[in-house]
Design a binder for this molecule. Structure first.
Ligand code: SAM
Ligand code: SF4
Length: 321
């Protein structure tokens, strides 16, 4: 289905939990309160929603959170969505801690690809950013997933005064052929307003100064707003998600579903439509109508670059990043 600006909406990000086994300081502050389980959508409710979404032409699904793999039975949900007629792709974004443990189940369930969020390859810095000493396990998971033939992308958020220089270590995954890397500009969402973003323009220049010219890689890599480049002779690509400096809204293709059943037309704004009520007491047609409204209600563009604007105040982990 197309939105009111003519954009084809074919991608849904599905948050399955607000909980997480890390406390990345820009995402989930210490002391966050958990949403009670009865407010969280069941897998059956999520699958019913996805079935209606698929009927509207949404063919690609990303399982996210919080950390999706802390929710028991997550591979079963991958399978349930994968089996819906019309669904072409189910992917996941994870911090990687439990990925090695669930890898076989996820592959059996039909997972198409995985994004692993990793902001540094320095063990002490990792602990400082996330609150836990889990870097070795994340590295094992990345190798295991890549070794099993799953397409892996690493998502990194760099911040001045924290991990601005981490790009050098992270680029080794790409040079080695284990994963694509994507650098995401920190967005002023929830706790993200406290940090200092590293501009992708600046980073681009630093990478070129170190490794030589970055050549645009037009090959298809995913569903998102990343723009990809290649360093000569490297087997995988370097992507930039310039959330602040790049206005990619003209190509936006997505909706978000929070773990409590709020459909969010755009990450930047606080507006959302409740679909859980319809799933718990309404008809399939009612659910589909809410999906249509969310698609039609997508704003033309985000306003992250406007420092005076009120952007989403909830943390990413609550919305479903
Ligand atoms: N736990 C999973 C993970 O870490 O991949 C999935 C959820 S997490 C909220 C999804 C992504 O959102 C992560 O890559 C994280 O770095 C990113 N993120 C969280 N807060 C952000 C912010 N304010 N700006 C940019 N990215 C953010
Ligand atoms: Fe958890 Fe992912 Fe947020 Fe880190 S970025 S706290 S891993 S949800």
């Amino acid at each position: 289905m197309r939105d009111s600006y003519g954009r084809k909406i074919d991608y849904l990000r599905v948050s399955v939990t607000d909980r997480c086994n890390l406390r990345c300081r820009y995402c989930m502050p210490e002391g966050s309160e958990w949403i009670p389980m009865e407010e969280i959508m069941t897998f059956e409710e999520i699958t019913r929603l996805c079935r209606e979404a698929a009927a509207l032409g949404i063919t690609k699904y990303k399982i996210t959170g919080g950390e999706p793999l802390v929710r028991r039975g997550c591979p079963a949900l991958v399978r349930m969505i994968r089996e819906i007629p019309g669904v072409q792709q189910v992917t996941m974004t994870s911090n990687g801690i439990l990925l090695e443990r669930y890898l076989t189940e996820l592959l059996d369930a039909g997972l198409s690809a995985v994004n692993v969020s990793l902001d540094t390859t320095d063990r002490e810095k990792y602990r400082e950013i996330t609150g836990f000493d889990e870097l070795p396990q994340v590295l094992r998971s990345i190798r295991a997933a890549s070794g099993a033939g799953l397409r892996v992308k690493i998502n990194a958020v760099l911040q001045e005064g924290l991990n601005a220089g981490a790009w050098e270590g992270l680029l080794h995954f790409t040079e080695e052929g284990l994963a694509d890397i994507r650098f995401i500009e920190l967005m002023p969402i929830g706790r993200g307003t406290d940090g200092h973003m590293v501009s992708n323009e600046e980073l681009f220049r630093k990478i070129e100064a170190r490794y030589g010219p970055l050549v645009r890689d037009g090959a298809f890599h995913g569903n998102g707003p990343a723009v990809y480049y290649r360093v000569a002779d490297w087997p995988r690509s370097v992507g930039f998600i310039s959330a602040i400096h790049g206005k990619f809204c003209g190509h936006c293709n997505r909706l978000r579903l929070s773990s409590t059943g709020q459909l969010k037309p755009c990450l930047c704004y606080e507006d959302s439509l409740d679909v859980r009520g319809a799933l718990r007491g309404g008809s399939d047609a009612g659910v589909r109508d809410i999906l249509k409204k969310a698609i039609q209600g997508k704003p033309r563009m985000h306003c992250f670059e406007d420092t005076g604007a009120v952007t989403e105040r909830q943390e990413m982990a609550k919305i479903g990043g």
